[in-house]
Ligand binder design. Structure first.
Ligand SMILES: Cc1ncc(COP(=O)(O)O)c(C=O)c1O
Length: 398
């Protein structure tokens, strides 16, 4: 007679899930997956309590811009809710191509391909191009989506120190210049707010047979002329092969993009598994991204406001003696080093009505446990004053 095994212990993977310490701790302290009841601009409500959102990536504050909302509604009415297939098969629509063409020219590239998530685009910006036998050289602090792409290539991997040109030189010194290489960096690092020193990298990598990928999820909309991104900010657009990014941040939608020469993007459309085997971006999200891109080009005041707010906010934190890891951009960490301090700080901010995120390892190294904050053009003067009071209150007890 077959013996009955308890549903909860019937195999090792179920047991692993039940006994996982990281999940137990997450559920105990519960600072994640908090479901807001309501949202208006840069404010959210949790169990009825109003909070200033200080960790959204809506840098330009366009997620409730009237033109963005109107475009989303119209697309939903005209096209329905989904695309019901991959771009490769039945999911391509004229509006995808319009957005791609506009994004490509905004970025100074010939072509662009959009997909359902920044994660997917960034992953495929590596996975589609590198293969076994190649060498990928990567800044050790890059985003999870890039690591996911790297892992699927079978290429050899060398990490170099975060934003450390000497470390990159050391890696290159061990390799022959002829080997097929790919350099992977973020334009603006999502946790640190650091800007990658692209001109130095490009000098070092010259004549090294190297394809260059920049994930500019946090530089797009923020740096460069009109917010064209980090590559434009440094004037090196022609020297970077691929600019990947997200439309869930400054573009106030969801989705991602990869931009490059026509040949590179057509190669991606042939070889990217994320493109060939995954449904196309929805009409509504494409329309919202398109409207946000148009607003970015037509209304420079959002970018101006973002930088005014960023300068004010950085000064406020530095005056309180807080460690912002030399962030130079609206993505602003507050490094606290220990999980207990981060949790304390986070709770104090919550008490004062400011919502942020605790970032533990492995997203950052253990000595850099931090509170991730991000300033938006949507924060009002009154928001900034309240954020200042909350920071003072939280910093006092450290
Ligand atoms: C640097 C970086 N790349 C890619 C992504 C993925 O973007 P998305 O959230 O649109 O999937 C993120 C999102 O956090 C990011 O920070």
């Amino acid at each position: 007679m077959a013996t009955f095994t308890s549903f909860k212990t019937r195999n090792s993977i179920v047991k692993r899930c039940i006994s996982d310490d990281q999940t137990r701790l997450r559920l105990k302290y519960n600072p994640y997956y908090l479901p807001f009841d309501r949202q208006v601009g840069s404010h959210v409500w949790l169990d009825g309590k109003e909070l200033i959102m200080l960790s959204s990536n809506d840098y330009l504050g366009l997620s409730d811009h009237p033109k963005v909302i109107e475009a989303g509604k119209k697309a939903l009415e005209e096209w329905g809710s989904g695309t019901t297939g991959s771009r490769f098969a039945n999911g391509s629509r004229y509006f995808h191509e319009k957005l791609e063409s506009d994004l490509a020219s905004f970025l100074g590239k010939e072509a662009c391909h959009v997909s359902v998530a920044g994660y997917i685009s960034c992953m495929s910006s590596i996975e589609s191009f590198a293969r076994k036998g190649d060498l990928i050289i990567v800044d050790r602090n890059v985003h999870s989506s890039l690591w996911a792409g790297i892992a699927n290539t079978g290429a050899r991997l060398e990490r170099f120190g975060h934003n450390n040109i000497e470390s990159l030189k050391e890696v290159l010194g061990q390799e022959s210049p002829e080997i097929t290489k790919m350099l992977v960096v973020e334009g603006v690092f999502s946790m640190e707010g650091h800007i990658a020193n692209l001109p130095d990298y490009l000098t070092v990598i010259q004549n090294q047979n190297c394809f260059i990928v920049v994930d500019d999820a946090h530089g797009f909309g923020v740096l460069g002329k009109q917010g064209r991104g980090t590559v434009d900010y440094f004037g090196v657009t022609d020297q970077v092969d691929v600019i990947a990014g997200s439309m869930s941040k400054s573009m106030a939608s969801t989705g991602g993009f990869v931009a490059g020469s026509t040949e590179i993007i057509e190669y991606l459309r042939t070889h990217s598994k994320q493109t060939v085997f995954s449904a196309a971006l929805s009409p509504c999200q494409t329309a919202c991204a398109q409207a946000a891109l148009d607003v970015i080009k037509e209304e420079p005041e959002h970018l101006q406001h973002l930088w005014d707010n960023t300068r004010y906010y950085h000064k406020l934190l530095l005056d309180l003696g807080l460690d912002i890891w030399e962030s130079k951009t609206p993505a602003t960490p507050i490094v606290l080093g220990k999980i207990e301090s981060a949790y304390y700080f986070w709770k104090k901010l919550m008490q004062k009505g400011v919502f942020t995120n605790i970032i533990p390892p492995p997203a950052v190294s253990p000595n850099k446990i931090l509170i991730r904050t991000a300033i938006s053009a949507r924060h009002s003067k009154e928001d900034l004053e309240k954020i200042g009071e909350a920071m003072k209150f939280a910093a006092k007890g450290l």
